[in-house]
Design a protein around this ligand. Structure first.
Ligand code: HEM
Length: 132
């Protein structure tokens, strides 16, 4: 299982995802990118949310490695207009915040790594975003 992109991404995430600070810095950055986004998390238990996101990103990585999109479709449902109402244009900010945080935490991160991340998880993000 796995292609060259998803192997790079799997290794890169492995160097980041066991560090709680990675997720703290991700959300600081993501919420810092828009007051509207910050407002969405005003009543969220962020310790729990960081844990959920750790798993959510892993779902994107596993989808890139050939896993079925069942879990991503469920996230699409919860993020859709009938759920958290996450507008499609916000996913670009989400991906920018993720890549900036990966660059900060993965000591082996370079432009190739960034490209591999974009190519590998782009289709999975579209599954979530497309359910809007
Ligand atoms: C909840 C993952 C994009 C806002 C969640 C949860 C996961 C998750 C795993 C908890 C499970 C659930 O409630 O369904 C992801 C992934 C994303 C993404 C993998 C990228 C494709 C976004 C974006 C926004 C957002 C772009 C906002 C602009 C929220 C909110 C919640 C949530 C508001 C609920 C928080 C609460 O319970 O108070 N997300 N998400 N997510 N997400 Fe996302």
């Amino acid at each position: 299982m796995g292609n060259a992109d998803s192997d790079v991404v799997f290794q890169s995430y492995g160097r980041c995802c066991n560090n709680e600070s990675f997720f703290i810095d991700f959300y600081d950055r993501f919420m810092g990118s828009s007051a509207e986004i910050r407002a969405l998390f005003a009543n969220t238990n962020m310790a729990a949310q960081r844990h959920l996101l750790r798993n959510g990103i892993m779902q994107l990585v596993l989808h890139a490695r050939g896993m079925p999109d069942t879990k991503l479709r469920a996230l699409g449902c919860s993020h859709s207009r009938t759920g958290f109402n996450i507008r499609p244009e916000w996913y670009g900010l989400w991906l920018d915040a993720l890549l900036a945080t990966l660059r900060q935490y993965d000591p082996q991160f370079d432009e190739t790594t960034a490209l591999c991340w974009r190519r590998a998880i782009g289709p999975g993000i579209e599954v979530i975003r497309g359910a809007y």
